[in-house]
Design a protein around this ligand. Structure first.
Ligand code: SF4
Length: 248
């Protein structure tokens, strides 16, 4: 095994579903792959990240990029059916998590060891982490994927194209991108260590705090006096410490 441990979405599970079709991988770079309705995706992602359960299914088609991108997969102790189907030698204790939580590493070529003939060999019993992964979160937030390590995912992220049911939906997308940019730019306004550095975790956080950021932006657009970045950061921290306020 090579590489460092980089939990896909960390404590918060990845949003969305997972490969519905695990066919062969096309060598042709996808261009303009429909990502679905943006506002529907955002609502599903918000709910999914709050509940820690998977959201909408990802229209992966024949893509298997995330199965071949040097990822460590977190598996919870209660996922017994999954653990039973993975050779014990491929699992090791998850650093920093209670006993029973394990990680599955990847092969020397960066592929998931359960990917056989470019198909998931335990698809029916795949880990919750895999079920929840949705690379559209990068397209939605504008948080860049690590091009060096995950270039294939980056290709797919660049190919997704959301559609918008209205101008309001298009604005929501702009605000989400602004929220992600705010987090990336203003790390020094948050308590040390409170913002994730891993791109997937940061993108997930942007979705989680979208409603708080959108509220602040709307107030300012409606004539309220300008809020400083520090005040907005404080509102975000307050909401994260009181998760029930995020679920409204
Ligand atoms: S990289 Fe994205 S599109 Fe490709 S299999 Fe993973 S989630 Fe699906």
């Amino acid at each position: 095994m090579v590489g460092k441990y980089s939990p896909v979405f960390g404590g918060a599970n990845l949003v969305g579903g997972y490969n519905q079709v695990m066919g062969t991988t096309s060598d042709v770079e996808p261009v303009g792959v429909p990502a679905g309705n943006f506002s529907e995706w955002l609502r599903g992602a918000e709910v999914s990240l709050r509940s820690g359960k998977g959201g909408t299914a990802v229209p992966c088609g024949d893509c298997t990029a995330c199965c071949r991108s040097s990822m460590f997969i977190h598996i919870k102790p209660e996922e017994t059916q999954t653990i039973q189907r993975i050779p014990r030698a491929l699992l090791f204790p998850a650093p920093g998590l209670p006993e029973g939580h394990v990680l599955m590493g990847y092969s020397d070529n960066g592929h998931c060891p359960m990917l056989v003939d470019n198909k998931c060999s335990i698809y029916e019993y795949r880990p919750q982490t895999c079920r929840s992964y949705d690379c559209r979160v990068f397209t939605a937030t504008g948080v860049p994927v690590d091009q060096q390590i995950q270039s294939e995912i980056a290709h797919r992220v660049n190919a997704w194209v959301f559609n918008y049911e209205s101008e309001e939906s298009r604005k929501e997308h702009m605000v989400l991108k602004d929220a992600a940019a705010f987090l990336r730019k203003n790390g020094d306004l948050f308590p040390h260590g409170s913002l994730p550095t891993h791109p997937a975790q940061l993108a997930a956080l942007a979705v989680r705090i979208y409603s708080v950021f959108a509220d602040a932006t709307a107030k300012m657009n409606n004539g309220a006096s300008a809020m400083s970045d520090a005040v907005i950061a404080q509102a975000i921290m307050t909401a994260l410490n009181e998760p029930e306020t995020l679920s409204k």
